[in-house]
Design a protein around this ligand. Sequence first.
Ligand SMILES: Cc1ncc(COP(=O)(O)O)c(C=O)c1O
Length: 386
Amino acid sequence: MSHFETDAIRTQTERSQFLEHSTPLYLTSSFVFEDAEDMRASFSEEKERNIYSRFTNPNTSEFIEKICKMEGAEAGYAFATGMSAVFSTFAALLNAGDHIVSSRSIFGSTHGLFTKFLPKWNIETSYFNVNDLNVIENLIQPNTKILYAESPTNPAVDILDLEQLGQIAKKHNILLVIDNCFATPYLQNPIEFGADLVIHSATKLIDGQGRVLGGVTVGQKDLIREIYLFSRNTGPALSPFNAWILSKSLETLAVRVDKHCENALKVAEFLENHSKISLVKYPFLKSHPQYEIAKKQMKLGGNVVAFEVKGGVEAGRLFLNKIKLCSLSANLGDTRTIVTHPASTTHAKLSEEDRLDVGITGGLVRISVGLENVEDVIKDLKQALE
Ligand SMILES: Cc1ncc(COP(=O)(O)O)c(C=O)c1O
């Protein structure tokens, strides 16, 4: 097996007759057959080949193969968005009456899926807090099928012990599904700690330049087969164009994420020493409550820093209004540094009590540190705090 960076660059779709160096874009909805027998054998899966781009496509397959190598997974399926990966994974694997145990600190739309839509099929979810994994076993019922979590969490950047989650899932014979979006396959591989499936929103650091949406689920072959059959019929496939972009992006994932993490640590250290900041959370700061766990399961601390401006919601909003260089945007994992105020935007619909339950205080600001010169980013934050 080659190194991470080599696989990211050298895993490539078979060359065409033109002997191109870089993988071309296969913008085609369907593929042709030699004769009726070839077509029959392909549809019955006696032959493994591309039939229709809702099922497979060379660009999508290359992207999936790279993610599988990076995550140590057997197989995968790529989706139009991170949310279609999340939804299709649950929809393919769960039956009416099944139960999920999930971390409370999950992406807002995933929370929406669990609370608004899955209950339509009589699939209920019980939640645990990130700082109390010991309650998980009490929440597991005979009909529990999936244990679900994200680490680091969005937006409070908490860390969950993946090894502990893996042990619980194994003991109770349930599937462990991890959304690994914040860490990327470069920083953390949940399968090593017992995850059965790993989900990514490729829209974030995998694209890394704020251009396209995408998602992927990788893991055990038999589970991916179920997800594939569901998706082949329901149509959430990643477009070949976006797959081509994302596969090229993976070639530079390691160097980009190394630099993102270096910049984020510098930003976190600057904030930690600022008098107007009451709290800074970054996985690789010694002051982070789960620093030791982060060190155990992550290569570096990631690119997201959460911090609290003294003075609550108004102080948080005022800070955002003074930002000049960084962007106010809903995305993260871009080359451009992005600043958001969760209490008044992404999590405004939650009650204050529910927000505090997942670590979102009024003054909490989330910064996705980009690849600009970090001195310019710090200068911008500094003037906004004055
Ligand atoms: C942790 C996490 N999971 C899933 C998603 C959903 O991804 P997408 O926007 O690609 O649908 C996001 C998006 O912000 C996210 O942050």
